[in-house]
Each structure stands twice: as structure tokens, then as C-alpha cells.
Design a protein around this ligand. Sequence first.
Ligand code: NDP
Length: 369
Amino acid sequence: MDLSSLLTSFIPSSTSVCLLFGFFGYLGIAGSVLPGKLVPGANLADGTRLHYRCNGLLSLLLLVGLLVIGAWMDFVSLTAISDRGLELLSTTFIFSVIVTMILYVAGSKSNDRSASLKPHITGNIIDDLWFGIQLNPNFLGVDLKFFFVRAGMMGWLLINLSVLAKSIQDANLSQSMILYQLFCVIYIMDYFFYEEYMTSTWDIIAERLGFMLVFGDLVWIPFTFSIQGWWLLSNKVELSTAAIVANCCVFVIGYLVFRGANKQKHDFKKNPKALIWGQPPKVIGGKLLVSGYWGIARHCNYLGDLLLALSFSLPCGFSSPVPYFYPIYLLILLIWRERRDEARCAEKYKDIWAEYRQAVPWRILPYVY
Ligand code: NDP
């Protein structure tokens, strides 16, 4: 592809705009009307709590069902996304810039004093646009932070499925593509199955909504996490049986550590006496769990996520660094995030955090880091 046709393929078409707004419209309606567990969020500074309707899995299954029926009736093209990946990327990018501006202007004008909506303006416009100025802005009653992360995770799956449809259409389906797709489907379905865990993550509790999260959720997650799939469309990889088995092992171990660690913390926060690996939990200062994965490293959940990320790239072999973009990015992100979380916890928990650090000296990977 020459440079001018490459640049042309970034120009948003009306179809891309319709696809994007159709997707958001569906998510807005499905999120509001479909049944789902109403999960209380963390206590906010003013003592209030938001409630999140966790119906992401149902919304996703219904959407995929509707698309399959639509394709069967020749009403929808399953390759609609993979045929216009670059223009969808630029359309979503422009959308996230516009949303950031709107959030900034609306937030600056807000007189609301609640913890969710009180504007935090530093005066540094770059900072305020990047990190955002309100904690939990909403649109028509929809919590935008929860909405965007859901859109990003679902968008990733939709891109992947469209790439899969394209590889079937091109008679190009490989073992590598099947492995990559299978791992991602399990990961994303699992995410929505445990969607309520998202309500206690740092992004939802502590980060304000600015370009960092809007762009991260809407553009970064779906378009960069799917690079392996796009890459496999035009690159052939032969995998030995041993490589497939090893790849599956990395995925399974990663999954067990990732899900196990996040679940242990979630269960502990809900019930500090909940058994961990069949034993009563060891706790420091009544607040910090030192049992299970949280006694092995202070962020074992990051280790699990990194192994999973690696397992998504291994089906692509080692001929190019391009499919390893996601694990490399995640390694940098999680090291940075762990440092920020560490500083936050040291400030919040003071002496008992120092005691926890002594009891569990490893940050992410025991005996290495
Ligand atoms: P964590 O789920 O690790 O939460 C950190 C918080 O947990 C701390 O701030 C503290 O909060 C509490 N905590 C820490 N240690 C303990 C302990 N020993 N006992 C009890 N509570 C403790 O952080 P994240 O929100 O960053 O990550 C959630 C998941 O999301 C991870 O699995 C991560 O890998 C994944 N993730 C994935 C990304 C991706 O791009 N794929 C990006 C970011 C995250 P408190 O003040 O409430 O006690």
C-alpha cells in the first residue's frame, strides 16, 4: 500500500461514524434496560456511593447474537469492521478528543459539590484535559467511566471477531488465529462475567475521567490489543504441537493467577474472614491481606495479566516484534501503575503498609522484581 492510499484509508467515512454511534447507542440502551446485578461502588469522599448495573455479559451476548442473525439475513456484514479498521481507528480517536473537550467544558461549568461531580481544576490545562476534572461524570444518567471501559472491552472482541470472519472469508484461517481468538474470547467473556470486580478497581474508584481514560478505553484497548489478529491476517505462522501446548500452559497459568488474585482481594474486601485456599486469611492491621497470592507478591494479579498478554502474542511466533506490542506495553504500564499504587497505599495505610512490605518484599514477580 502506498503512502497516499494509506493516508486515505484513515479518513472517516459516514459508515464508520454510523458503526461507532450505532455501537454506543446499543450499549447505552442495553446497559440501561437489560437486567443485571446492581453493584454498589466504593464509598466516596462525601459518603455517597454510585451503583453500577453489571449487565455487560448479557449486553455482549445479545449483541453478538443480533449480529449473527443480521449476517445470516444478509443485513449485516461480519467483516464490516475488519474492512475499515483504519478509518474506524481515526473516527474513534476524533470522537475521544471531542468527548475530552466536552468533559472539560461541562466539568468546568459544573457547580455540583458532590464527590462525583465536583470539578478539580489544577489550572494546568494539559493536566486537566489528560487526567480529567470530574470523578464520575454521566450522560443521561449513564456513568461514562463504566460505559467507556465496557465499550473498549466489547469493541476489542468485536474487532477480533470481525478479523476472524475476514480470515475465514479469505480461506486463511490458521491454528495461530484460532489460538489467539480463543484466548481473547475467554479473557473478555471472563471480564464481563466478573464485571462487578471492575467497580472496585483503581480506575473506577480513584481516576477522574479525562483523555487518558477516554482514549485508553475507546482507542487503545480495542485497536492495540487486537494487533496480533490483524498481523495474523497477513502473516503465516507454523506452530508445532509442543509450541501449542506450551502456549496453552502460559494462558492457563496466567488466567489462574490473574483471576485468583483479583478474586481473593475482592472476596477479602467483602468478607475479611473469607477462607483463602481453604485457610483463614492472614491479615496485617485488620486491612491488608497477606494470604494466598497477596502473600506471594504485592501485585500477583499484574503477573497473571502479563502472562495472559504474553499468551495472546505467542501464537504469532517470533519472526516479528509487532505482535508483542501488547505485552511490552502492559509490562511498562503495570510497572508504572504498581509504583503509583504503592505510593498511594504507603500514604493511605502508613505503618501497616510498611509491615506488609516487610512480610511480602516482592512487587510483581517473586525473586525477580
Ligand atoms: P489492584 O486490583 O491490584 O488494586 C490495588 C488496590 O488494592 C490498592 O490500591 C489497595 O486499595 C488494595 N490492596 C493492595 N494490596 C492489598 C492487600 N494486600 N490486601 C487488601 N487490599 C490491597 O489494582 P488495579 O485496579 O490496578 O488492577 C486490577 C486488575 O486490572 C489487575 O489484574 C490488572 O492487571 C488489570 N489491569 C489491566 C490493564 C490492561 O490494560 N490490561 C490495565 C490496568 C489494570 P484499597 O485502598 O482499596 O485497599
